[in-house]
Design a protein around this ligand. Structure first.
Ligand code: DX5
Ligand code: ZN
Length: 223
């Protein structure tokens, strides 16, 4: 069983509410919400209030927030207030990784770090005891709809090996350009959450609900 985490950055704001309702009606209960500040990455997207809107429509769903911002600490209070369940930030976005992880957990949320394609996966090792999950980027952060970078599967394999060696049970989220081909292999290797975008959930010929049903059937999930 692998969690389907549709990435809401793929939605047009014009049809956001309608598509969110479709995702909910299809049984999705885990949403990947990208927050970009135009500094850490050269793009702006989704404001923190998106979390509140998602939780208002889907109170039982997990709002998993992926911060691509320069100062992750300054968003935590608002995210907590809005109902975020999981919050991750990039390892190189702050000098105080441990402090930020602790601050997320102190607010009752699951804490994660995200690592970029150019960072060694071992860079997370020093903070593993203080996090709940790692977001492994398979694209450079900043834009939805990019292609899964080569070498990403080997990096996922290395991260899974690191998890086994460490004896810890943090979860692994794979983010960026996931397709059925890469997602299937990633689930076999040990990924727990697949962030899905235009190749799996959105812009599919069978619509959102058909795409979610196909995902569940393919990955053996209950729907
Ligand atoms: C990239 C984002 C991803 C992205 C995933 O910066 O972190 O979450 O929206 O969507 P796809 O799979 O379409 O790239
Ligand atoms: Zn993301």
């Amino acid at each position: 069983m692998v969690i389907n985490a549709p990435s809401l950055a793929n939605l047009s704001l014009v049809e956001f509410g309608q598509r969110l309702q479709e995702l909910k009606d299809s049984g999705v209960n885990f949403f990947h919400i990208d927050l970009m500040d135009g500094h850490y990455v050269p793009n702006l997207c989704l404001p923190p209030r998106t979390v509140r809107d998602v939780k208002a429509l889907c109170p039982d769903a997990v709002a998993e927030v992926h911060l691509m911002v320069d100062d992750p600490m300054s968003y935590l209070d608002e995210l907590q207030k809005n109902g975020a369940g999981w919050v991750s930030f990039h390892l190189d976005s702050t000098r105080f990784v441990r402090r930020t992880l602790d601050a997320i957990r102190q607010r009752g949320m699951k804490a994660g770090v995200a690592i970029n394609p150019s960072q060694p996966v071992e860079a997370v090792q020093p903070v593993l005891p203080w996090l709940d999950y790692v977001v492994l980027m398979a694209v450079e952060p900043g834009f939805a709809g990019q292609h899964f970078l080569d070498g990403s599967m080997e990096r996922l394999e290395a991260l899974c090996a690191l998890r086994r060696r460490s004896g810890l049970d943090f979860q692994i989220v794979l983010d960026g350009g996931v397709t059925y081909e890469t997602g299937t292999r990633a689930a076999q290797l040990g990924a727990d959450v697949l962030v899905t975008g235009i190749y799996v959930t959105f812009e599919q010929p069978d619509g959102i609900s058909g795409a979610v049903k196909r995902f569940n059937a393919h990955f053996g999930n209950q729907s």
